[in-house]
Design a protein around this ligand. Structure first.
Ligand code: FES
Length: 84
């Protein structure tokens, strides 16, 4: 049976039916965010590698800044903030 979790993304509640373990990056993609921050030239930046190397998925998770969303499993009640 699929498990449902809810978390907050930029102040908005997102409910995810979690068939297995999903990373925060996967949850953010499912929630419709197409970029998470901007470059110094203000170009939109989004996750690239999905394996912890590019740092393009940096978000704040439960008040901890600069977390790589592709390396953290999403859990019920998480508070996630992107820079956009
Ligand atoms: S997507 Fe590259 S470090 Fe997360």
């Amino acid at each position: 049976m699929a498990k449902s979790i809810s978390l907050r993304v930029n102040g908005r509640t997102v409910r995810i039916v979690q068939p297995g373990h999903l990373t925060v990056a996967a949850v953010l993609a499912r929630s419709g965010l197409d970029h998470l921050h901007r470059s110094v030239e203000l170009a939109p930046r989004a996750p690239v590698c999905g394996m912890g190397s590019c740092f393009e998925c940096r978000v704040t998770i439960d008040g901890r800044p600069y977390q790589r969303a592709c390396q953290v499993l999403a859990t019920h009640g998480m508070e996630i903030e992107s820079d956009v």
